[in-house]
Design a binder for this molecule. Structure first.
Ligand SMILES: NCc1[nH]cc(CCC(=O)O)c1CC(=O)O
Length: 310
């Protein structure tokens, strides 16, 4: 039996695809990697919130899942929208890497806490808003492109530091450039950050689906991500909306922290919910309902109307 793995072509995407390939091969499965370019890879001169976030990194992969030219598509879990079309499903989430964001710089002494003003490159609305909220003295510049491009721009002096997910920095072996590890309580990550998601068409053979579950799925991570994704789904948050969420497991108990922040960083609503892990998704929905009750809907519509004007 052979599994065809579809992936984007960036170095981080390829790292993820090789990681999946390794896990499958260790289980005795033959693999082939197929590189597919997406709209998000092609359009680099506009920020994601301006392209329209839905499926920019996934559409072309899903087209090939649909026509059967690949068996699975490998994604960073946080780039995979929470409302998949009915003919797709996620068969596995791999074990989550540390979910934190980090500050990356050539100047290892740089720190957000120092009170010193400097320029951070990021185009994540979540990171920009959180910076404005906790560290208003920090300036930001828009910074898109893959990790290598961003690091090159850092080197060229477009900014003093980058704000990135630890997982990607570590996977690309840039750990020595990490100046500061940021707190989960401040920089609560995007839903799914740090895990790799394996997507397939519902029509894939039952035999292949069983292999994917057995060889690729990390059950505790999967439980957490199902909770986070339910939360995101109820809020209708895509990757250009500053919604954050992180679930953790303690034996049978799951705790989800989630929130939303206005684009200017002034208003932040965050809540926690805990309960039995078997109700992970229900808890995710309940947490979203609590946020909506507390005013998240108004912040979301303000964000949406601001983004439409681009
Ligand atoms: N939005 C881009 C993206 N998608 C996944 C990662 C790397 C970390 C991960 O897999 O969660 C990154 C870069 C970043 O946010 O720094």
């Amino acid at each position: 039996m052979q599994i065809k793995i579809g992936t984007r072509g960036s170095k981080l995407a390829l790292w993820q695809a090789y990681y999946i390939e390794d896990l499958l091969q260790q289980g005795g499965i033959e693999t082939e990697i197929v590189i597919i370019e997406t709209k998000g890879d092609k359009i680099l001169d506009r920020s994601l919130s301006k392209i329209g976030s839905k499926g920019v990194f996934t559409q072309e992969l899903e087209d090939q899942l649909r026509n059967g030219s690949i068996d699975i598509a490998v994604h960073s879990a946080k780039d995979l929208q929470s409302d998949l079309d009915a003919d797709f499903e996620i068969s596995a989430f791999t074990e989550r890497e540390r979910a934190n964001d980090v500050l990356v710089s050539h100047n290892s002494g740089l720190s957000l806490k120092s009170g010193e003003s400097f320029v951070v490159g990021t185009s994540s609305t979540r990171r920009i808003a959180i910076l404005k909220h906790f560290y208003p003295h920090i300036k930001t510049v828009d910074m898109r492109g893959n990790l290598q491009t961003r690091l090159r721009k850092l080197e060229e002096g477009h900014c003093d530091a980058l704000l990135l997910a630890y997982a990607g920095v570590h996977r690309m072996e840039y750990d020595d450039k990490i100046a500061e590890y940021l707190l989960l309580e401040e920089f609560t990550p995007a839903v799914g950050q740090g895990s790799v998601a394996v997507e397939n068409a519902v029509s894939l053979s039952e035999g292949k689906k069983a292999i994917l579950k057995n060889l690729l799925s990390h059950i505790p991570t999967e439980t957490c991500l199902r909770a986070e994704r339910a939360f995101l789904n109820r809020l209708h948050g895509g990757c250009s909306i500053p919604v954050f969420g992180l679930a953790t497991l303690n034996e049978d108990e799951i705790t989800i922290t989630g929130g939303i922040i206005s684009l200017d960083g002034k208003e932040m609503i965050r809540r926690n919910i805990s309960g039995i892990a078997t109700s992970a998704e229900e808890l995710g929905y309940a947490l979203a309902d609590e946020l909506i009750e507390a005013g998240a809907d108004r912040i979301l519509s303000e964000i949406r109307s601001a983004q439409v004007q681009f």
